[in-house]
Design a protein around this ligand. Structure first.
Ligand code: CP
Length: 385
């Protein structure tokens, strides 16, 4: 793998899930791959989970890791050509990229949407310069439009907690077990007991797992990267219905359930077609939640699809949108749904205390799976060096 940006870059999702399962069973068995190899993680924006989980994943693989916070200690970087650099930016990205690349083997970059120009953001002008000028494999650690490491971790979490999985656990219990397993360097099973239910699910004979992505209020304008990638990966998962042919996937319990994917948001927040695809869009949140197995909450600002002039804006005073905050009222109409959010989350804006702390919340195991998704991606990049 030379690039990790879109769901297609990971290939067959069932094989990717099987690899995640292998990593979880023993995350230290590929240390030879990373010996004398260096991962450079470049952050133009803040991070807790991405920073720590990716660093941990690289260390699991025996890599050296360099973390650069561009806005804290590095020279401020100009990103546009043709600019007379008489301001506060001392170095151009076009020199900085090959210099940084000379110190490493694999590059991860986080650079959020700037909301100055929809075209610039959706053309991924910053990340594309790293792809073009670094000469190194590049993986996206949340760009202007996508957050694939998060979406892969989300898919792993859904596969682990599918409703027909016999050993499915409430989140806090699951989180405790995961933490305990981490400490013992053990692997949690990605799925439960293997059986007829699994096969019939793969063949689409059972009720699909209903996954709902819901917009929720927030006081600030947030990018669309997380919902874009979540939609992209859920659509790809929904389209993956036949068992894989041979390979690792033929031997492992892949646990990719048939998925019915629904997106709900107020009018004006329509996601870009390249990500939302043919997903069902339901403007009535309560209707969307009916019978749901997974609720994935996230705020995003106006994507500028139906209202181009409003790209990157918060369309309504959040005080008037608080009925979209996910609470007991909405969860009551679901199929005892699991609650998911990528974190960080603003409580009682996006979700109530009771729901995020409740037995159906998956936010902690979901965050823990960021280490697993990052390790699969780094492992594949190391194998392709
Ligand atoms: N979910 C996520 O990417 O978290 P951080 O912003 O803390 O990295």
């Amino acid at each position: 793998m030379k690039l990790f940006q879109h769901v297609q870059d990971i290939g067959d999702l069932r094989v990717a899930l099987a690899e995640a399962q292998q990593v979880k069973r023993d995350r230290y068995q590929w240390q030879h791959l990373g010996r004398n190899k260096t991962a450079l993680l470049i952050f133009f924006n803040n991070s807790l989970r991405t920073r720590l989980s990716t660093q941990k994943a690289a260390m699991n693989l025996g890599m050296n890791v360099i973390v650069l916070d561009v806005n804290q200690g590095a020279w401020k970087l100009e990103t546009e050509r043709g600019v007379v650099m008489d301001g506060d930016k001392s170095e151009h990205l076009l020199e900085a990229i090959p210099v940084m690349a000379s110190y490493c083997d694999i590059i991860g970059v986080r650079s959020f949407a700037r909301f100055e120009s929809r075209q610039d953001d959706y053309e991924e002008r910053i990340l594309n310069q790293f792809i073009r000028y670094s000469g190194r494999p590049v993986f996206f650690m949340e760009s202007a439009t996508v957050h694939p490491l998060q979406a892969f971790a989300d898919l792993i979490t859904i596969a682990e907690n599918r409703p027909d999985r016999p050993t499915s656990n409430p989140s806090r219990e699951g989180g405790e077990k995961l933490r305990a397993a981490n400490e013992r360097s053990e692997a949690l099973p990605l799925t439960g007991e293997r059986g007829e239910g699994h096969l019939s699910s793969l063949c689409g004979k059972e009720r699909p797992v209903k996954v709902v992505l819901t917009w929720a209020p927030h006081p600030k304008a947030l990018p669309q990267a997380v919902p874009n990638s979540f939609a992209e990966w859920m659509n790809a998962a929904a389209a993956t219905v036949t068992p894989p042919q041979g390979g690792a996937g033929g031997e492992l319990d892949l646990a990719l359930p048939p998925i019915d994917f629904v997106v709900t948001h107020p009018e004006g927040y329509e996601l870009d077609l390249q990500f939302v695809g043919n997903a069902r869009v339901e403007y009535d949140q309560m209707k969307a939640f009916e019978g749901a197995d997974f609720i994935y909450a996230k705020n995003w600002s106006c994507p500028g699809v139906t209202r181009p002039e409003d790209y990157g804006k918060v369309l309504h005073d959040y005080h008037t949108m608080m009925d979209w905050c996910v609470g007991a009222r909405q969860m009551a109409v679901t199929n005892d749904a699991r609650f998911m959010h990528c974190l960080p989350v603003r409580r009682n804006m996006i979700v109530t205390d009771d729901v995020i702390e409740g037995p159906r919340s998956l936010v902690i195991p979901e965050a823990a799976n960021r280490e697993i998704s990052a390790q699969v991606v780094l492992k594949r990049m190391l194998e392709a060096l």
